[in-house]
Design a protein around this ligand. Structure first.
Ligand SMILES: Nc1ncnc2c1ncn2[C@@H]1O[C@H](COP(=O)(O)OP(=O)(O)OP(=O)(O)O)[C@@H](O)[C@H]1O
Length: 312
């Protein structure tokens, strides 16, 4: 079969990973990633992200379950998969005495059909650091070098393990733009990250891992749907929380007042906001600092971790 016709370029089914001593770090994970999609794996420390990505990269074989990347088993059919994938590990571990160019050249020598080193280094914004030794690079610049090396082979599938850790805000934005451009030109990207705004802004779909299992998965909008939204405002002097219309029946699940500032969490933002604004208009008062926002991925993430721990 022509691998280019695979709709899902990454398919994980029932993956398990057990370390020496019997610790099960990955406990039956299934998901797939379509060609040209950015998929993010999120999770608390030790949730099993790196353990899963290593299985996808073919660096280890699963204790159970199957992995297919571009239609092949990345561990047993490494020769078929490796030239078409780019891997950015958490720690590059390159000889620190080499310069940036020498490192890229050395890596290009191990890469089939590599793009010119200068082009890859330019893509990640290291064009002005070509003669600098790796040991002299800042932490963020090393991450960029790691990314440049992963891009050398013009990969169809790119694995990025915490690609923006250590980057400043500008470096992070540049990396996001680069990853989006790669996706738009057809590259499939699987990334792990601790930055929830990164996953929210970048990922087409994501999975949140918790203790080796997928707690939830979907588009960022799907994952945050159903989580309470926030509504806050300041009441004028002389008005109090108890003056508001009855909050029961409006989907409000939490309310608090800090002086004149009222904060509500509601599962029905439109109904709650309409009731509050109608009440304010009827009373002829202005609600200063009015702020409404849907649940963020961060709130969903924290809520899921708490729920899973409570259920356990
Ligand atoms: N070689 C190993 N031997 C035994 N246990 C391991 C080994 N490598 C990882 N683990 C354990 O497996 C679990 C999952 O680790 P993993 O590195 O996959 O998590 P992670 O989600 O990537 O975490 P982080 O966000 O901290 O990078 C952790 O409890 C970790 O201690």
């Amino acid at each position: 079969m022509d691998n280019d016709e695979h709709e899902h370029v990454i398919e994980a089914t029932g993956l398990r990973r057990v370390y020496g001593g019997g610790f099960e770090a990955v406990r039956g994970i299934s998901f797939s990633v379509a060609r040209g999609e950015i998929f993010a794996l999120l999770g608390t420390n030790g949730a099993g992200k790196t353990s899963t990505v290593e299985l996808l990269e073919g660096l280890a074989a699963p204790a159970a379950g199957t992995v297919r990347v571009l239609g092949h088993d990345p561990c047993r059919e490494r020769a078929a998969v490796r030239p078409r994938t780019g891997v950015m590990l958490q720690e590059g571990g390159f000889p620190s005495e080499l310069t940036v160019t020498e490192t890229a050249r050395m890596w290009a020598g191990c890469t089939s059909s590599a793009r010119p080193e200068a082009e890859a280094l330019e893509l990640v914004g290291l064009a002005d650091k070509l003669r600098v030794r790796v040991k002299q690079l800042s932490g963020g610049e090393r991450r960029r070098l790691d990314l440049a090396l992963a891009l050398l082979g013009e990969p169809e599938v790119l694995f990025l393990d915490e690609p923006t850790t250590g980057l400043d805000a500008e470096g992070r934005r540049d990396t996001w733009e680069l990853v989006r451009n790669l996706r738009d030109s057809g590259t499939t990207v699987l990334l792990t990250t601790h930055y929830l705004e990164e996953a929210e802004g970048l990922a087409d779909r994501l999975a949140i891992l918790h203790k080796g299992r997928i707690a939830t998965a979907g588009t960022p909008a799907e994952v945050t749907a159903g989580r309470p939204s926030r509504l806050s405002f300041r009441l004028p002097d002389g008005y109090f929380l108890g003056d508001l219309p009855p909050l029961t029946g409006l989907g409000v699940c939490e309310h608090e007042a800090d002086g004149q500032v009222v904060r509500l969490r509601t599962r029905e933002l439109q109904r709650t906001a309409t009731a509050v604004l109608t009440w304010a208009a009827a009373a002829g008062i202005e609600l200063s600092g009015l702020d409404m926002r849907s649940a963020s991925l961060e709130e969903a993430f924290l809520g899921i971790a708490q729920e899973q721990d409570a259920a356990a």
